[in-house]
Design a protein around this ligand. Structure first.
Ligand SMILES: [Zn+2]
Ligand SMILES: [Zn+2]
Length: 269
């Protein structure tokens, strides 16, 4: 099995971005996120961030966009022009709209924003998502103690990101980890983490040659997959975002076999 499906350059950029997000997160005022834990909403699968009050500091937001622009331009100098136009387009109102639409996974809004302003299609959404994550991670850190379980089919209970990554802990307990906001919650080992199906005839394991600590759990009912990584032997446990990145080849394997990448199941409203 080839591990290098994704270029080293891409992996390095992603690593740099994750590092930058860590720095940003520490510069946030912890009181800027005020979660409202509504049990009924959580049981209905409404992500915590949808009901949280979050004060966005627009000047910080714009600073981060500048930071990410500098980083991206280091890898792809031609991006610099696009980042300059984004900077001039983002007045306070547009910045707020970006935050709302990034929350709502509104791909359509960002695609039309790119088209209207002659930007590469991927840039606005990518940038908005990147600068939103520290807020999501801060929210997750605040409510983690209250998050035990998710609702199958609803994705991450904190941010709504579709499930794709689990770690084995303790006696082999399956704990789902969200690479987007770093929340974690428990799930039954044998159940499909997307639809909850626990029929051993239709929930199966794809083992990967040469990978003793990694499996892909697949479900014939919903065609979803979850990467299940046994990190109990790891001396240093990576963050969910790093673990997700380091196992990206497993996503390719699952998708090659016809199982759905998490993002594809997400409704954009
Ligand atoms: Zn999440
Ligand atoms: Zn399923």
């Amino acid at each position: 099995m080839k591990k290098s499906v994704v270029s080293k350059e891409y992996q390095k950029l992603q690593k740099d971005i994750i590092q930058l997000q860590e720095q940003w997160k520490t510069s946030l005022d912890p009181d800027c996120v005020r979660p409202n834990l509504d049990k009924a909403a959580m049981e209905a699968g409404v992500p915590v961030t949808a009901l949280a009050a979050i004060d966005f500091d627009i000047s910080l937001f714009l600073q981060w966009i500048e930071d990410i622009g500098v980083l991206l331009s280091k890898y792809q100098p031609e991006i610099e022009t696009s980042m300059q136009s984004i900077k001039s387009l983002l007045d306070e109102e547009t910045a707020k709209r970006w935050i709302d639409e990034a929350f709502a996974f509104n791909y359509i809004y960002f695609a039309s924003f790119a088209e209207e302003n002659n930007l590469d299609g991927w840039i606005p959404q990518f940038v908005a998502e990147t600068v939103l994550r520290p807020y999501l991670q801060l929210t997750a850190a605040k409510v983690q103690d209250e998050i035990q379980h998710g609702v199958h089919g609803a994705g991450c209970p904190v941010c709504g990101e579709p499930v794709r990554l689990a770690q084995l802990e303790g006696e082999g307990k399956k704990v789902l980890h969200c690479p987007r906001c770093s929340a974690h919650w428990n799930d039954r080992r044998v159940a499909c983490s997307h639809c909850g199906n626990n029929d051993h005839e239709t929930v199966k394991i794809l083992t990967i040659e040469g990978e003793s600590a990694a499996q892909i759990q697949i479900c014939e009912e919903c065609k979803g997959y979850t990467k299940v990584i046994d990190t109990r032997q790891y001396i240093v446990k990576p963050t969910p975002a790093m673990l997700d990145l380091n196992t990206i080849h497993l996503d390719f394997v699952a998708q090659e076999h016809g199982y759905k990448s998490a993002g594809e199941t997400k409704q954009t409203n």
